[in-house]
Design a protein around this ligand. Structure first.
Ligand SMILES: [Zn+2]
Length: 588
């Protein structure tokens, strides 16, 4: 018999063979038993987890000579034709390669004719979200009033891109990523049948590489058999995927948790030299940190986690090295870095910086942090002017509430701390009268910031429409701060020239226009370099061109101290130094 790739040879033929999607197969079988078959189904899920296989099994179940049956016979002509892909009644359309309206028109024509052999005409449209809008609309007409003998099965990796009018006419099923343990089981079974020596570590490495996609895992096994013959080790698998051996990953995590910077630099250098995928490394490390968090916060949940018992042993040891707060901060740092990685020139540098941040910036607990801040305040009590408050003008007046400078660390690491201190210069005028509260921005700035971060690519696409070069300059930047009248965009010092470019009139104006539009109020845009370590951010002039559209500035109170003033303040300076921080907000 001619050689067949494993994924094809081992394609599931019965609902019971479909791995890891019991919630879907059960429902479909029940629907067939109860003769409650919908006109259209939508299978949603990542690639390679069995959407089209499931669609074919469903088609066989409907059109089997014994059917509709929850267990197609696989021997009747209809079943055989569907398996061979030659059935006249089952038409598969690949949305990705048939984006045109013509195929859908053809489909609409053929829909009118009765099935030749089975009871139903079944249209399987894979990657349905790829169809053009015209094709979608043509399809919709058929979907609205399908003849009784027509069934549709749509599959997609991106449900949000399928027209809602189509989704609403379908029964939707969400297929899950397949747990690594199930993929391992399946791979071991295939290896046994194919007479290939594959141990559990190697199978796990394949499953890790395939990220929950069974088809990818099977293809990888194919590739490995071609590469290594009938004996496959973990090393072979790691080499093919560019993956990092589990114990190396665990050593790296340990170095970070222990704050052992030389060790982590050495490990990263070795991995880079071995050509390992840095982005992948980061993701796997993130996964490990997440496992540590789960182990710490909900130890009983470990049983349901998709990991091996040897991994649990490691978690037990490493969970003692950091508290949950620190793990959460590490996860944030890693996730933010991963996000920036796609566009970075030197991935290794990014990874190193992120890991050093994880190792250093957060090596203290919150309690320790509060203690240090308290110490700072005491220590700075006798500090010389300019900050020593002069005696109040009217004797005995109660000092007004102290302004607070919120001090945060450089955007991706470390703790945020709030420093309260005596008013820096209790101005002679009426000390008891509180200053007017600055006007609140219309929406919560934190939510707006989160929204901008999430839609950043969309935002820079829009800016790029008016200033195409701005796009490239903004791709490595990210929004840091949103206030009532201001948006601050942060740049890595590595990309300082991008910040410069954004200060050019046309780019600056485009950015200001788009962001004002998005936030529905006039805002000034500022560009700021983010220091990786140490000093505060370098503030940048926001209207370098001086020709900004004169957007409303909600001019802060005349007496208010500026960021620069705060930076000169010894307590603030010391705090920033101690915590590798920068000022993100000044509040009264
Ligand atoms: Zn059959």
């Amino acid at each position: 018999m001619a050689y067949q790739v494993l994924a094809r040879k081992w394609r599931p033929q019965q609902f019971a063979d479909v791995v890891g999607q019991g919630h879907v197969t059960q429902t479909l079988q029940n629907a067939i038993k109860a003769k409650r078959i919908a006109h259209a189904y939508l299978f949603v899920g990542p690639r390679g987890i069995g959407k089209t296989s499931l669609a074919r099994i469903f088609a066989k179940a409907l059109n089997c000579a014994k059917g509709p049956t929850p267990e197609p016979c696989d021997v009747c002509d209809s079943c055989k034709e569907i398996m061979a892909g030659s059935s006249m009644d089952v038409l598969e359309i690949d949305g990705a390669s048939n984006t045109g309206v013509d195929q859908v028109r053809e489909l609409r024509e053929s829909v009118k004719f009765a099935p030749t052999r089975g009871q139903y005409k079944i249209y399987i449209i894979d990657e349905v979200h790829m169809l053009s809008t015209a094709a979608f609309n043509a399809l919709l007409k058929t979907l609205e009033e399908p003849p009784a003998h027509v069934k549709f099965v749509f599959a997609t990796t991106e449900a949000q891109k399928v027209l809602p009018t189509i989704v609403s006419r379908c029964q939707r099923f969400d297929l899950r990523r397949i747990p690594a343990a199930l993929i391992v089981e399946r791979l071991l079974l295939i290896a046994r049948e194919e007479k290939v020596a594959l141990d559990e570590d190697a199978a796990l490495a394949i499953a890790r590489g395939a990220e929950g996609g069974l088809r990818d895992a099977e293809s990888a096994l194919d590739q490995l058999i071609a590469f290594r013959g009938d004996k496959i080790t973990e090393e072979d698998v790691l080499a093919v995927f560019g993956l990092v051996a589990r114990h190396t990953l665990e050593s790296l995590a340990e170095a970070v948790l222990k704050g052992d910077v030389p060790a982590l630099i050495r490990i990263v250098a070795d991995l880079d030299a071995a050509g390992k995928d840095m982005q992948r490394l980061l993701l796997e490390l993130l996964d490990h940190i997440r496992n540590l968090l789960v182990y710490q916060c909900a130890p009983q949940a470990v049983q349901s986690m998709d990991i091996l018992s040897t991994q649990v042993e490691v978690l037990k040891v490493q969970a003692g090295l950091a508290n949950a707060d620190r793990l959460l901060r590490m996860a944030e740092v890693l996730a933010a870095t991963e996000d920036r990685m796609r566009f970075a020139l030197s991935r290794r540098t990014l990874v190193e910086t992120a890991l050093i941040r994880c190792a250093r910036a957060t090596a203290v607990s919150i309690d320790e942090l509060i203690r240090r801040v308290d110490d700072l305040q005491v220590g700075a009590g006798g500090a010389p002017a300019p900050t020593t408050p002069p005696p109040p003008a009217s004797g005995g007046a109660v000092p007004r509430p102290a302004p607070a400078a919120r001090v945060d660390e450089a955007p991706t690491g470390g703790y945020a701390a709030t420093v309260r201190r005596e008013p820096p210069s209790a101005s002679a005028r009426a000390p008891a009268v509180p200053k007017p509260v600055p006007t609140k921005p219309p929406a919560a700035p934190a939510a707006e910031l989160a929204d901008l971060v999430a839609r950043w690519h969309e935002v820079i696409d829009q800016i790029g429409k008016n200033a195409s070069l701005a796009r490239g300059a903004l791709i490595d930047a990210r929004p840091l701060e949103v206030t009532a009248d201001r948006v601050v965009i942060g740049f890595d010092p590595e990309f300082a020239q991008h910040a410069e470019r954004m200060r050019m009139t046309a780019h600056h104006r485009a950015a200001q226009q788009v962001l004002s539009q998005i936030l529905k109020r006039p805002v000034n845009v500022e560009y700021r370099l983010m220091e990786a370590q140490g000093q505060a951010d370098v503030p940048a002039d926001h209207t370098a061109d001086g020709t900004g559209p004169g957007l409303g500035k909600a001019a802060p109170g005349k007496g208010a101290k500026t960021r620069q003033d705060w930076l000169k303040d010894p307590v603030v300076r010391k705090t920033l130094e101690t915590f590798n921080g920068s000022i993100v907000d000044i509040r009264e």
